[in-house]
Design a protein around this ligand. Structure first.
Ligand code: B12
Ligand code: SF4
Length: 499
């Protein structure tokens, strides 16, 4: 029987996380096919390791998980090289990038199949079909080419997460010891990354989760999550958890049940949520969540401008007033709100785009007044093709186009696009991008993130001293002195390096 090789292209320079997506795909074929994971984060030369494995002649199926940005940068040349030297292999890409840009991936000529969204059923079905020479054309979530035509099959229901097989941590550990995936963060000395639910029930018009999950969400039960966490704690000593779910707190019942279970374990934890959802939680639930070790929650605040929130389709219930009130409310529970803002969305005229940016800069300062502990993460809006949304229509009307080839995607400009640092959107001028970036520099100087655990109190004080006056006077131009300090001390950027 042919074997399966799963590749996780390098996604970060440090603080590597357990490759949960591939572990879940490995679990879907575990016991039926032999598999290996090659983790680009943990291999000095992943291409050589892959080539050594392929040279055995035992592997026919190669699965890549691909996020946009740096992962694509490593995925593209390695995929090309594999297909050139081992043309008989079957190349299957999954994850957010190929699910959204499937046409570009398949047109490259070296990607044979794309799995659109969850691969838990589609992947084993595809391997079975190919191994047994059976038709694969009807497999749900599969995208492939028939001649020049792209066939995009319908999607399955999201699998019941409690029915999925256990993740094969021990097998991963044999090549990549798990303790090296348990990084030191502000949450703890050995922080594990865990994914307890999939999808999201909302349809924000800027968000990549929407075209894939189409407003669907399913979570593992609190008991199942607790069981996995406890296993990693007992076996490898994890003492903190980062939940990577798009929206951990969709179900209050589940969040509260988990909080009750985890409380005796004395682990600190972090997750992502919506403000309007959690604002409905009663005080007792927020208190319990805090008591159980939840230290910080990431919220998509996005904008203080109600018109923009509407353009972003934030579910219709989040408002600027609520964002401010909720930041203040969290103070009493000792949970730090981590608010992300998306600046630089399109408007009818350049003056309006600039006015929107100015409005949100002033709004962020109000948030800091309401609760100075609030962590602020600023993204510049990078479009995702949320077909049919008003925002995406505006984006297209403004002349924005995605790259048409994988080679174009990996050029440095587009890499920056997905890091949401310098989007190539036609309505943003260099002056606007500078304004956002400079404000961010001064803000990060005046309020350095608590998640940068290498930054001691002296450094913090120095950078604050050099930034606070600028911050107070709204003077953000050319903040070279702050940039220099941040560069010297490798200031952490949660928006790129993880939360
Ligand atoms: C963990 C994470 C990271 C980690 C790295 C993860 C890693 N692999 O090492 C870090 C922090 C480094 C990171 C960075 C970035 N990330 Co990131 N990340 C995530 C996060 C939170 C979880 C991913 C995960 O592990 N999911 C768990 C698994 C089980 O779910 P899954 O990935 O959906 O996998 C399923 C399917 O997609 C599919 N599948 C996935 N891979 C494969 C492979 C094969 C072969 C098959 C068959 C199927 C398959 O099957 C899986 C099981 O059903 C997601 C959001 C999310 N909640 O998913 C964002 C997310 C993927 N990241 C995103 C982005 C944009 C980035 C960045 C590029 C920029 C940024 N500002 O964050 C950076 C830079 C990346 C880089 N340096 O390359 C976006 C992608 C959006 C888009 N336009 O495509 C997401 C969706 C966040 C968001 N909502 O915007 N990220
Ligand atoms: S709530 Fe968050 S994850 Fe869900 S669609 Fe909106 S931005 Fe995306």
């Amino acid at each position: 029987m042919n074997k399966v090789l799963l590749f996780n292209p390098k996604s970060a320079d440090a603080k590597h996380r357990i490759p949960n997506a591939l572990l879940q795909i490995a679990a879907s074929v575990d016991g039926r096919y032999e598999w290996v994971i090659v983790d680009g984060n943990r291999e000095p030369d992943p291409c050589k390791h892959i080539f050594d494995l392929l040279a055995t002649g035992e592997f026919r199926y190669i699965g890549f998980t691909v996020m946009p940005g740096p992962q694509t940068k490593q995925a593209v040349p390695i995929a090309k090289a594999i297909k050139t030297d081992f043309p008989h292999t079957v190349m299957i890409w999954g994850g957010y990038f190929p699910s959204i840009h499937y046409r570009t991936a398949l047109d490259a000529g070296y990607v044979d199949f794309v799995i659109n969204g969850p691969g838990d059923y589609a992947f084993p079905q595809l391997i079975d079909a190919l191994e047994q020479n059976q038709p694969y054309e009807l497999i749900k979530n599969l995208i492939f080419k028939s001649g020049d035509t792209i066939i995009r099959n319908p999607k399955t229901d999201i699998p019941d997460q409690d029915l999925l097989p256990a993740l094969p941590y021990d097998k991963l550990d044999a090549r990549y010891p798990i303790p090296k995936y348990l990084g030191k963060t502000y949450l703890g000395n050995k922080t594990m990354a865990y994914h307890s639910s999939i999808g999201c029930p909302f349809t924000c018009s800027f968000c990549a989760v929407v075209p894939i999950f189409e407003a669907r969400w399913k979570g593992k039960s609190a008991e199942a999550v607790y069981r996995d966490v406890k296993y990693i704690k007992d076996r490898w000593g994890a003492d903190a958890i980062e939940f990577h779910d798009n929206n951990f707190f969709v179900s209050e019942k589940r969040a509260v049940a988990f909080a009750r279970l985890i409380q005796p374990e004395r682990m600190q934890w972090w997750g992502m949520a919506r403000i309007d959802t959690m604002d409905k939680y009663p005080d007792e639930s927020l208190q319990l969540i805090s008591d159980s070790g939840c230290r910080m929650i990431f919220f998509g605040a996005e904008s203080g401008n109600d018109k923009i929130l509407e353009q972003m389709d934030k579910g219709g219930t989040q408002t600027g007033e609520q964002i401010l009130r909720f930041a203040a409310r969290l103070k009493q529970f000792n949970i730090v709100p981590e608010y992300s803002f998306v600046l630089g969305t399109p408007a009818a005229t350049p003056e309006q785009v600039m006015a929107q940016i100015d409005f949100d800069i002033a709004f962020i300062k109000k948030v800091k007044l309401a609760n100075p502990a609030t962590e602020i993460v600023i993204y510049i809006y990078s479009p995702v093709p949320t077909e049919g949304s008003t925002l995406f229509k505006e984006v297209q009307a403004a002349g924005f186009r995605f790259p048409q080839t994988l080679d174009e995607w990996v050029n440095p400009q587009w890499e920056k696009f997905d890091l949401r640092k310098n989007p190539l959107t036609p309505w943003l001028t260099a002056e606007m991008v500078d304004k956002i970036r400079n404000f961010e520099t001064v803000l990060n100087g005046a309020y350095p993130t608590v998640t940068d655990i290498r930054m001691g109190s002296v450094k913090r004080m120095l950078v604050q001293l050099s930034s606070r006056l600028r911050y107070r006077l709204n003077f953000y131009h050319h903040p070279y002195e702050i940039k220099l300090l941040q560069r010297l001390w490798h200031y952490r950027q949660p928006e790129i390096q993880g939360f």
